[in-house]
Design a binder for this molecule. Structure first.
Ligand code: UD1
Length: 466
């Protein structure tokens, strides 16, 4: 029992219930404490109990809410970490950090897919594109980029346009280039100017306005002839194509004993053999990137692309890739025109897979300093793709075999994609038949001028088809 005598009344507590006033007595006359006062004290104590109960309930609900919020977050973090470990992509915390990515030549075929893939990853995207007529026709605005992409119309060689486009950019994808192998053999000044001087101007600006990373689109054409093996199984890295002396000579390269060489997948370590102005200009782009980036504290990556295809390729550009040219011909009721004998082999890679490779090159921690082949991992002859495409477009038509080669073209080059698969977890996902069906469906809704004969005449007039 405890008594408090300092108050005007005497309060009595028990040890078992120290918060409960057991009895209140008038100090002068302990027996006559007014019942009214006792009631008041009890009411106050009751109210305190109710408030304490309410506070406890509130605290419990708060804890339950916090549990409901934190559990899924924790679960998300654990699952993401597992995915990250499995796929080896950028660290989880970096998903929260977005980049502003400048894509030069971003209004073109590959650029639009790369832009979309970057937006899906949460990055901001800006495009610099001069909308050249050969690709974009008479359009003055970039099509197919969507409202979330900021577009700067301008040439990559124009310093002022480049500076505007670089403002606030943290990474660059350099796609701006002229892309026709055959055309590069006569439009030499244009190809060297756009591809190489353009890259030089870009780096001149990057020296003063550095970004974290630059990914450049190089090309498989820098390999020249791909890797071969001879009939004894020896790997041949040094195959060079020479023009045929007679019409009866084989198209395939031969070894010293006149035996046909067999194409095998070409890895990144194969020495370059620059067989066209285009190849030369692409190699310069690649080397400028890999030389200047580390010198100025930037990360550089080069992707060597094989033959990209898919909806959205410029159908009226007779210097575009072979699949788009064939699609345009078939769409206009013309047979595909095949150079050589149609048995030349390439790797046709869907443009969505190319975009996947660019995203990995932009984000993956292992990519800096690297050179990577980008293909589907499956090779096909040009005749085979002509046949499959005419089936997909439901236009059965025998191709025209030119029996002549474009100067600068290589015979075979097929992709070894194991490096990008192992180091960056690249996984080409598009089945070729599915990709062709999609392309056919898209082409059916397009208008396409067939300018292939004009383009061929341009080459023939200069002796570039033989
Ligand atoms: C293409 C790209 C190049 C890219 C490279 C990567 C174009 C114009 N070129 O070069 O930018 O870096 O892939 O692999 O997109 N052919 C025909 N008939 C035609 C057109 C072409 O038979 O009407 C043949 C060519 O002779 C060649 C093959 O198809 O043997 C491929 O030609 P093309 O699509 O121009 O590709 P690449 O020269 O491989």
């Amino acid at each position: 029992m405890f008594r408090s005598d300092s108050a005007p009344v005497t309060l009595v507590f028990t040890a078992e219930r120290p918060n409960y006033c057991f009895e209140v007595r008038n100090k002068d006359d302990p027996s006559e404490f007014p019942e009214r006062k006792l009631k008041l004290v009890r009411e106050i104590y009751g109210a305190v109990l109710v408030w304490r109960g309410l506070l406890k309930c509130l605290l419990l609900s708060w804890n339950m809410c916090m549990f409901c919020v934190t559990f899924p977050v924790a679960e998300w973090v654990v699952v993401s970490c597992l995915i990250h470990r499995r796929l080896g992509q950028k660290p989880i915390w970096r998903h929260l950090v977005t980049d502003t990515i400048l894509i030069t030549g971003g209004a073109g075929f590959i650029g639009r897919y790369v832009a979309r893939a970057c937006l899906e990853r949460g990055h901001k995207v800006r495009v610099l594109d001069s909308l050249i007529e050969q690709v974009h026709g008479d359009r003055t605005q970039a099509d197919g980029l969507g409202p979330d992409v900021e577009v700067v119309v301008g040439d990559v060689r124009d310093e002022a346009a480049l500076l505007r486009a670089l403002k606030g950019a943290t990474k660059v994808v350099h796609l701006a280039a002229e892309v026709g192998v055959g055309q590069s053999m006569y439009a030499v000044d244009r190809y060297v100017s756009v591809n190489d001087y353009g890259t030089a101007v870009l780096f001149q600006q990057l020296i003063d306005n550095p970004v974290k990373r630059v990914v450049v689109a190089s090309s498989m054409s820098i390999y020249g002839e791909g890797l071969y093996k001879d009939p004894d199984g020896r790997i041949r890295e040094d195959v060079v194509r020479t023009p045929r002396a007679n019409e009866s000579d084989p198209w395939d390269p031969l070894d010293e004993q006149g035996r046909s060489l067999i194409p095998v997948p070409t890895p990144e370590w194969k020495k370059p053999a620059l067989a066209s102005v285009y190849a030369l200009s692409k190699y310069v782009q690649e080397r400028l990137t890999l030389t200047l980036c580390p010198a100025y504290g930037m990360e550089g990556v080069a992707l060597r692309l094989w033959n990209a295809y898919g909806p959205g390729q410029a159908l009226s550009n007779p210097y575009t890739g072979v699949l788009a040219i064939f699609a345009s011909r078939l769409h206009n009721g013309q047979p595909p025109m095949i150079f050589e004998d149609g048995q030349q082999r390439r790797d046709f890679v869907h443009v969505e897979d190319v975009a996947q490779a660019f995203v990995l090159a932009l984000e993956h921690e292992k990519a800096p300093g690297g050179v990577y082949n980008v293909g589907s991992g499956q090779d096909r002859t040009v005749s085979e793709v002509a046949e499959l495409l005419s089936q997909a477009m439901n236009r059965p038509m025998a191709p025209e075999i030119a029996g002549k080669a474009r100067i600068g073209d290589i015979r075979h080059c097929i992709a070894d994609i194991s490096k990008i698969q192992q180091e960056l977890s690249y996984q080409p996902g598009k089945d070729f038949a599915e990709g062709l069906a999609e392309l056919a469906e898209w082409v059916a809704k397009q208008e396409a001028k067939d300018l292939v004969n004009e383009a061929r005449r341009e080459l023939e007039a200069r002796g570039l088809v033989a």
